[in-house]
Design a protein around this ligand. Structure first.
Ligand SMILES: [Zn+2]
Length: 138
């Protein structure tokens, strides 16, 4: 009976422990956005470049090794920066794509013209007024 009780206690403890570990693990993984991940990679590459320069200056690396590693890191950095630009560029278009009101009123106000002769209002630029037939100044 005592054995069973301690076995149950052990199971309960194990379950509680795995639950605690899980809940503390999950928030670490989930909020990492792709941009955040890229920022961390960019920081790591910058750090590698600094280390590389230091090792080269100290004389640990040959010219060829330094150039090869540096070029590799710079290429990786360019890839990360490009990916960040792409992600940053995607965000505003995503937001702008939802409310289509952004795209519609702009041409109306920008391209609208008033006839200088009769004052008729047109939503699109025209060479001749549709009301009085006079030439319109664009
Ligand atoms: Zn007119």
């Amino acid at each position: 009976m005592l054995l069973l009780a301690s076995a149950v206690a052990l199971i309960a403890l194990t379950v509680a422990f795995t639950f605690l570990v899980r809940t503390s693990d999950i928030p670490h993984v989930e909020p990492v956005s792709p941009v955040r991940h890229l920022e961390e990679r960019r920081a790591a590459i910058y750090e590698n470049l600094r280390d590389l320069q230091f090792e080269y200056r100290v004389g640990k690396l040959s010219d060829a090794d330094y150039q090869t590693t540096k070029t590799g890191l710079q290429r990786e950095l360019a890839g990360v920066l490009g990916e960040m630009d792409r992600l940053n560029g995607v965000k505003p278009t995503k937001v702008a794509a939802k409310p289509e009101m952004n795209a519609t009123p702009a041409p109306v106000t920008d391209l609208g013209t008033d006839c200088p002769n009769c004052g008729a209002r047109f939503s699109a630029p025209m060479k001749f007024c549709g009301e009085c037939g006079k030439a319109m100044v664009l």
